[in-house]
Design a protein. Sequence first.
Length: 131
Amino acid sequence: YPTPKGSYVSWHRDTHQYNKSNIIGNIPPAYKLIYYPSLGQQKTDQMGIIAKSQNFIFNSKILDMTYARLAKPKIVSSSRGQFVFLNTALLHKAMNPTLQKGSARLIYSFVREEQLAGYDEEVSKRYKKLI
């Protein structure tokens, strides 16, 4: 959940590799369809994206964050019928909350079938740690 200090997720790529470290995320990158319903509430800003940033892959988190600060983000707002479809290598962030009650989102992820190998076991291990 968001904190009074701001967004709960700052600028990031779901798929990246910095300074020759291990690759984080899916290769090839996954795609996500995200819907932020307004649910009768006022329209609120939900997500910032740096358009086409998946085409500029940096090997450094510092360069990525500098690029995010210099580029002009597009803002995705809650609505009754719009959604965003993005490549997970795209720079994006959650916006600072404006509603006390929070907000809803519906996310569908699309990956190649072979990228799901071992996924059920990984989720099961994470779940067992929570119990």
